[in-house]
Write a protein that binds this ligand. Structure first.
Ligand code: FE
Ligand code: FE
Ligand code: ZN
Length: 283
């Protein structure tokens, strides 16, 4: 069975997201843990969480993915900016434990002039301060497109971060197809080569989730503009090869394409039809 879902709005709570996922034939989803700009998170409502856990349990859900606010920068030169990132990441990880054994994804950040090495050091330092031995949540570093001074647009940079983390069994990677294509990894003409490189540098055992997006811009454009599935420069064929690849097809796939719910429902159907994991999700 293909494990697929999309980004959903968390404004109406966890149970509501579970219901929305079911309504579009998804068996996982992604959500922002709080307002994407990083403001205060709503208090957790136990019954709301229980409602979602029940839906996930009864409908064979794959792990769901909490996404940190994208404005956080744990690699910033500014101490106050780093402290803020740390506070939010820490608090989010506490909240994620209400939904045990799921995934939490963050953007590694930007070094804004102080150099990649320094940025990498600060990011791993932050991870060493927030990870705990007893947490059940896997923390995922997202592969980035390399716009501005973004860290994490090469597999080497991500490996460097992981290498410096003590509790590295709590750390994984979320591969964003739009981002790595924009970063210069040619998943259209050489998916095998890209996966071999990932295996050689990071290790495919670290890959825990895929953001499945088409891209508006060409290879190595460093733009990070997502496009609907099949309407961008990556195209349906390459994205289908990804969901069906023997080394990837067990992973949860998350759409972050420019769509409302009906558009996501269509893309999920399209990809389920194109999946050769053909034992369809059934309710
Ligand atoms: Fe992201
Ligand atoms: Fe993404
Ligand atoms: Zn993006």
């Amino acid at each position: 069975m293909l494990n697929i879902g999309c980004h959903l709005s968390s404004s109406k709570g966890f149970t509501h997201m579970g219901e929305q996922a079911l309504s579009i034939n998804a068996n996982t989803f992604q959500f922002f843990t709080r307002n994407p700009r990083g403001s205060k998170a709503k208090d957790i409502d136990d019954n709301d969480v229980k409602g979602l856990l029940k839906i996930m349990d009864e409908n064979n859900f794959a792990p769901i993915l909490g996404h940190a606010p994208y404005t956080l920068n744990p690699g910033s030169a500014n101490q106050r900016t780093r402290e803020f990132a740390l506070e939010v990441l820490k608090a989010d990880l506490v909240r994620m434990e209400y939904l045990p054994n799921n995934l939490y994804n963050f953007h590694p950040g930007s070094h804004v002039g102080q150099g990649i090495e320094k940025g990498i050091e600060l990011i791993s330092e932050a991870l060493n301060l927030i990870l705990t031995a007893d947490q059940t949540t896997m923390v995922l570093i997202e592969t980035m497109s390399g716009k501005g001074s973004e860290i994490g647009s090469t597999f080497e940079e991500i490996k460097e971060i992981i290498k410096k983390v003590k509790l590295d069994d709590k750390i994984g990677v979320c591969l964003d197809t739009c981002h790595i294509y924009d970063a210069g990894y040619d998943i259209v003409n050489d998916l095998e080569g890209v996966l071999n490189e990932f295996e050689r540098i990071i290790g495919l055992d670290k890959l825990c989730a895929i953001h499945l997006n088409d891209s508006k811009y060409p290879l190595a454009s460093h733009k990070d503009r997502h496009e609907k599935i099949g309407e961008g420069t990556i195209g349906l064929k390459a994205l289908t090869d990804i969901i069906n690849h023997p080394k990837l097809r067990h992973l949860p796939f998350f759409l972050e394409t420019p769509n409302e719910l009906p558009g996501y429902a269509q893309e999920i159907q399209l990809l389920r039809d194109a999946s050769d994991n053909s034992e369809y999700f059934s309710r």
